[in-house]
Unconditional design. Structure first.
Length: 130
């Protein structure tokens, strides 16, 4: 399993902003991590929609955390940012073509593993990492 770049960058942005609690520009963050400013615009837009950060307009504008670091659950961020958790084809019933789906027990095991992964991430907040 591999998290998308969007999730990776989202966690980086949140950690960066939580570090000092100040507002920062997307350009600052992009330069710090050496990543695409255009991609960060999309990531921060989504984080703003979800209520994790707020965007401040104007000459002294930027983005800053809207929530306290201790209120940002890492597992929730990951679930909000990932497009899906289809570990194997049969997790998506709309596109599944696996002929053994009805008899295969692997889906249940992988589903349990995914649940454990999410439950483990839910034990941590952003505050645990700053």
């Amino acid at each position: 399993m591999k998290l998308t770049q969007q999730t990776d960058y989202s966690l980086r942005v949140l950690l960066f902003l939580a570090g000092d609690g100040a507002s920062h520009t997307i350009g600052e963050i992009a330069e710090y991590f050496g990543i695409s400013k255009n991609h960060l615009v999309k990531v921060t837009h989504r984080l703003t929609q979800l209520g994790y950060v707020e965007s401040i307009r104007g000459r002294m504008g930027g983005i800053r955390l809207l929530m306290k670091p201790e209120d940002i659950v890492v597992g929730e961020v990951v679930r909000h940012m990932e497009p899906n958790f289809h570990l194997v084809e049969c997790f998506d019933m709309e596109t599944n073509t696996c002929p053994i789906v009805g008899a295969c027990g692997l889906k249940g095991v992988l589903g349990s593993a995914l649940g454990a992964f999410n439950a483990h991430l839910d034990q941590y907040t952003l505050a645990d990492f700053i």
